[in-house]
Design a protein around this ligand. Structure first.
Ligand code: HGY
Ligand code: MN
Ligand code: MN
Length: 416
């Protein structure tokens, strides 16, 4: 095995940055961010870009039945379970250039650095771009990794519809036509380990002047949709007493939920991110309303208690309309593998990079893969901790530093 540092020294900061610049052209928005929705034409463009780079380096490219995209660098033992590293290329509608994409490009740069350094590993190492991590077009998010890990049945996911009624299966077929790659059978295979690099999407590393976040785990996350039925009526002639105004009901329900989830230590995360009101005419009393809920906390018991309160609020505030709350996602808090955490911390120290242990407030594909194999994550700072925003920014040197830790950790796991 190469001495520690040979692979890290082969990481090319300019090449890594340039790949971010090229990828940011797919789905580029006027304000300098990206809108690269899952299984969109922009997603297909990013897939083709990555596959083209991979083929030029002699790596093999493949997809599985949910469209996860893999780039494989062979190991000396082709029968050995691979080590995997990656993240996602789909973005929020007003997303940044680094959320997800950094993890995919860092994994790809790791393959290139090993190649450039002439380092052979026993196990194959694969870079992966998971399908639909953001869940902003198709819910649930972290779908590709969730199907891979057996959390979500493929058949159910193929039938999920986006806000315009497009089925995921149709969008997937269209994407694989636009970005063809050899198909792996089914979805899921044995792994020897998984490490995901990601921007922190919070301010701690920057505030504490650390370069590497040694991620210990991911808080629990849940998603719901509240659907309220009222009665369309004339805005001018219908007295208040006769109305079944479902947006009025939605505001009562939402106000009560915000109050109920305002905890003293500001740890519970409660977000209403999307509201639909129908028929959407200024002079018709709304007859149907729906809104999404995203709720996060490190403790599943707290999430359970909050979930019961949300249900009680919906039941108690809907009249004279009717309302239901449906849970779409529940991912338990994830603790990463202690040996991988130690490996990330020890490698950062060997490379003389400042580092700190920290949990992840954001969800990542690693939360599903952690249920399959030893898993960990590496964070790097992002400017003012801003993410899910077009001004998201990161420094080339930090991206390269995280990649240096990543490639050394992957090489170690691939020879374990
Ligand atoms: O929502 C999340 O935590 C992730 O950024 N998709
Ligand atoms: Mn992400
Ligand atoms: Mn995200």
């Amino acid at each position: 095995m190469a001495e520690t540092g040979a692979a890290a020294r082969a990481v090319d900061q300019d090449r890594l940055w340039q790949r971010h610049v090229e990828m940011a052209r797919t789905g580029a928005t006027p304000r300098g961010g990206v809108n690269r929705q899952a299984l969109s034409a922009e997603d297909a463009a990013a897939r083709n870009l990555l596959a083209g780079w991979a083929q030029r380096r002699g790596f093999s490219v493949s997809t599985d039945s949910i469209g996860n995209l893999f780039v494989r660098r062979a190991g000396s033992d082709p029968t050995a379970s691979p080590v995997l590293s990656g993240s996602h290329m789909d973005s929020q509608p007003t997303g940044g250039r680094f959320d997800g994409m950094y993890g995919v490009l860092a994994a790809f740069e790791a393959l290139e650095a090993l190649e450039d350094a002439g380092i052979t590993t026993r196990r194959p190492i694969e870079a992966v771009a998971w399908t639909n991590e953001e869940g902003s077009r198709f819910q649930p998010g972290a779908m590709g990794s969730g199907v891979f890990a057996g959390q979500y049945p493929l058949a159910d996911m193929l039938q999920v519809k986006d806000w315009k009624g497009v089925a995921l299966g149709d969008a997937l077929a269209e994407t694989l036509r636009a970005a063809p790659a050899p198909a792996r059978s089914g979805c899921g295979f044995g792994l020897a380990g998984y490490v995901e690099a990601h921007i922190e999407q919070g301010p701690r590393l920057e505030n504490e002047r650390r370069t590497i976040g040694v991620v210990t785990g991911i808080q629990g996350s849940r998603r719901y949709i509240v659907e309220i039925e009222g009665e369309e009526a004339h805005a001018g002639t219908t007295p208040r007493a006769a109305r079944k105004d479902c947006f009025a009901a939605a505001t009562r329900i939402a106000a009560a939920m915000y109050a109920a989830t305002t905890d003293a230590d500001d740890t519970l995360r409660f977000t209403i991110g999307r509201v639909e009101v129908g028929p959407g005419s200024p002079n018709t009393v709304p007859g149907r309303t729906s809104f999404t809920i995203d709720m996060r906390h490190p403790s599943d018991e707290t999430l359970d208690r909050a979930e019961r309160e949300l249900g009680a609020i919906v039941a108690g505030h809907a009249a004279p309309c009717t309302a239901v709350i449906r849970r779409i996602v529940a991912v338990a808090p994830t603790a990463f593998d202690p040996t991988v955490i130690d490996l990330v911390r020890g490698t950062a120290a060997k490379l003389q990079l400042s580092n700190m242990d920290m949990p992840s407030g954001a969800g990542h594909d690693a939360m599903h893969i952690a249920r399959l194999c030893p898993t960990g994550m590496i964070f790097v700072p992002c400017e003012r901790g801003i993410s899910h925003n077009e001004i998201e920014n990161a420094a080339p040197a930090d991206l390269a530093a995280g990649t240096r830790v990543l490639v050394e950790v992957l090489a170690h796991l691939a020879n374990r």
